[in-house]
Design a protein around this ligand. Structure first.
Ligand SMILES: [Mn+2]
Length: 316
């Protein structure tokens, strides 16, 4: 692992920087990426922001989200990956990232697998935006726009300051950012609370069919292709709905299966301590954090359900 000094040196040397985040970006990925983009532009760099997924309506509230695009075929001078725990998470951006003359990875996932020589990983940071804050503070590049983006990133990854990953440092950073004068309540509404009517319909439909197991300690919801079609939504709209399950008092492990293709699902895992969500996701080649993680699972829905319920049962 490298310190900020190495990273700042590399940034200072490059004129043409491409910033990358993971596929299906969440608020932390977008806030981190766009804050860094605006800041480096202020420093006179030519900056691109790349992601392989189109931005959801909700995430379009992040300032500058319209500038995010799929990568072009240009080999950039410096590639910076934010909030991505491994190379595969960059999805269709992998080739572009690897084609950059030099690379940096900045991340906070417990399951981080090193994929660049120069990387900065702080597994105690509740959001990648928290690390970007420290980096940009050292570079003296935090203005109101950057602050608002970083705040949005922290809000989404911390469950609005509610998850166990939140530390006094998180609040200190949030307070420092708020001093720059954006409307924090507006950012929280836009990035955390607000929902489209279509997403509300999806939520209502899927929660109605939530299944509970083992004396209500395990809960599962499934987003099928049919649910998406009926409500005019897509996988990006599932973000956060799983929290309704883990908020049930008795629930220790919550799962959300989201259909990607025929016999192909994205599995999100939420847990309460001491159950380790990233360990469960790791069984399927995925990863994440202690209380929130994800992976891909293949198979018939009934078989997957049986398997994941058993896995949870062995751990509660
Ligand atoms: Mn994150």
């Amino acid at each position: 692992m490298s310190g900020f000094a190495d990273i700042i040196k590399m940034i200072n040397r490059a004129n043409d920087v491409a910033i990358y985040c993971h596929t299906n970006p969440d608020g932390d990925a977008l806030g981190s990426m766009l804050a860094l983009a605006f800041a480096l532009e202020k420093k006179g760099k030519k900056v691109k922001a790349y992601c392989d997924t189109s931005i959801s309506k909700r995430n379009a509230k992040f300032l500058g989200s319209e500038r995010i695009s799929a990568p072009d075929s240009v080999a950039h001078e410096l590639g910076i990956s934010v909030d991505s725990s491994d190379l595969d998470r960059l999805g269709n951006c992998v080739k572009s990232f690897l084609s950059c003359k030099s690379q940096i990875a900045i991340d906070h996932h417990k399951s981080f697998k090193r994929f660049t020589e120069i990387c900065y990983v702080d597994k105690d940071a509740c959001a990648c935006a928290q690390i970007i804050f420290s980096l940009l503070k050292e570079m003296k590049l935090i203005d109101k726009t950057v602050a608002q983006l970083l705040f949005g990133g922290i809000v989404t990854d911390s469950g609005c300051f509610a998850y166990p990953s939140v530390t006094p440092k998180t609040h200190e950073i949030a307070a420092e950012l708020m001093e720059l004068g954006f409307d924090a309540a507006d950012v929280i509404y836009d990035t955390f609370r607000s929902t489209s009517k279509a997403r509300f319909d999806l939520k209502r439909r899927v929660l109605q069919n939530a299944k509970f197991f083992s004396e209500d300690k395990i809960a599962v919801i499934v987003f099928t292709a049919e649910d998406f079609k009926a409500t005019g939504t897509s996988a990006v709209d599932t973000e956060g709905i799983i929290n309704e399950l883990i908020d049930v008092e008795t629930v220790k492990v919550a799962y959300a299966l989201s259909q990607v293709g025929d016999k192909n699902y994205k599995l999100s895992v939420r847990s309460k301590n001491p159950v380790d969500a990233s360990e469960i996701a790791g069984l399927f080649g995925g990863g994440g954090h202690m209380n929130a993680a994800g992976c891909r699972v293949n198979g018939y829905l009934e078989d997957i359900l049986e398997r994941i319920v058993k896995i949870a049962n062995d751990r509660i």
